[in-house]
Design a protein around this ligand. Structure first.
Ligand code: F6R
Length: 242
């Protein structure tokens, strides 16, 4: 595990985007693992800039989102399919038809999860995965006590995560209770994992991730076992590291 501590969110975004750009230049048809939330926004800003100003080419790439709410209409502005489109896909020249998310509106959610796993495999697996981290150490929506070998499945969000995400909705009552998320085992199969965390609210989770014991109570700590995990944090998020 490589830990990189930088000054602020902008520098973190630039460093993570540089890792994506290096992968794309080496492998133009790379499979990109995409995350939503606040943490990846500076990464997507920098990727959009690299595309506009330096011609970084996404035309052969494809993408897979980490997760999706259950039950939100696909065109709901806070469905993760919409968020990925708005924050990332619409700003670069990736083929939108090749940007996938789990189908949170499927009648058979278990079948939708199995289909998502199969689609990732058929694409050849994720080459580089961007991750944020929850205040409780979750990655994707694998909340504490998730199986560290889990695959894409239905999860119930903890109250804290619903509170954390209420800022994106008019009220907490609108935040769905359930999500489909790639499992921990799924995420661990990405060839390169780049986790970004910024701000003091992430300091405890980053401590657990980097220095804690590997435990399902801080799911991100399993990345200590990943052969190629790059953890890029700002000084505030690094403030609880020894
Ligand atoms: C989002 C995701 C979550 C977030 C995490 C941090 O697709 O999988 O694990 O990365 O909840 O969210 P932010 O970045 O908004 O603090």
């Amino acid at each position: 595990m490589e830990v990189v501590i930088l000054k602020d969110a902008r520098e973190v975004g630039r460093a993570a985007a540089a890792a994506f750009a290096a992968t794309l230049r080496r492998k133009p048809d790379a499979v990109l693992g995409l995350a939503t939330g606040s943490s990846p926004l500076p990464v997507y800003d920098e990727l959009a800039r690299l595309h506009a100003e330096e011609g970084l080419d996404f035309s052969k790439a494809s993408g897979f989102a980490l997760d999706e709410y259950v039950g939100l209409p696909e065109d709901h502005p806070e469905s993760y399919a919409s968020v990925i489109r708005r924050d990332f896909a619409s700003r670069v020249n990736i083929d939108q038809a090749k940007v996938h998310s789990p189908d949170g509106r499927a009648e058979d959610l278990e079948a939708a999860c199995a289909a998502y796993e199969a689609a990732i495999e058929a694409a050849g697996g994720v080459d580089i995965q961007i991750l944020g981290i929850g205040t409780d150490g979750h990655i994707g929506f694998n909340e504490p006590a998730s199986s560290l070998a889990s695959r894409t499945r239905i999860k119930t969000l903890l109250e804290q995560t619903r509170k954390d995400n209420a800022r994106f909705f008019d009220s907490i009552d609108e935040v769905p209770h359930h999500v489909l998320t790639q499992g921990v085992g799924t995420i661990m199969q990405a060839r390169h994992v780049v986790l970004v965390a910024t701000g003091a609210t992430k300091a405890e989770a980053v401590h657990g991730l980097v220095e804690g014991p590997v435990t399902a109570m801080c799911v991100a700590s399993v990345l200590q076992f990943h052969p190629r995990a790059t953890i890029i944090v700002d000084e505030a998020a690094a403030s609880s590291l020894r």
